[in-house]
Design a protein around this ligand. Structure first.
Ligand SMILES: [Zn+2]
Length: 104
């Protein structure tokens, strides 16, 4: 494995550990309030989806398919991967996915 990939893997694993820590802290709550609870659930689902993406990117890194867009199978721009290491889709496909999600 190239050193770049090793540091990338380390970065993703650190992110994963951080998110796991955040999620387990958020699981513990003192007083209950609906708005706080909703906020917490929104945050947790946000972090959980990041975790899923990170796990996914790590698996791809290990299987050697990292940097390949899952939608169009094209290669993902290296600058994009540097800015957003857990990316599994190229910019064009990601935009389409986000536009699709926004409509819901
Ligand atoms: Zn694509």
């Amino acid at each position: 494995m190239a050193s770049h990939e090793t540091s990338l893997q380390r970065y993703l694993e650190q992110e994963r550990a951080r998110l796991h820590g955040t999620l387990s802290t958020m699981g513990v709550h003192g007083h209950y309030s609906v708005s706080l609870e909703l906020e917490r659930v929104a945050m947790m689902s946000h972090f959980a989806s990041q975790l899923v993406q990170i796990d996914h990117a790590l698996r791809k890194l290990k299987s050697g398919s990292y940097g390949v867009c899952e939608v169009c199978q094209g290669s993902i721009n290296p600058a994009r991967l540097q800015a957003f290491p857990r990316a599994t889709a190229c910019i064009a496909c990601q935009r389409r996915l986000e536009q699709h999600l926004d409509r819901h």
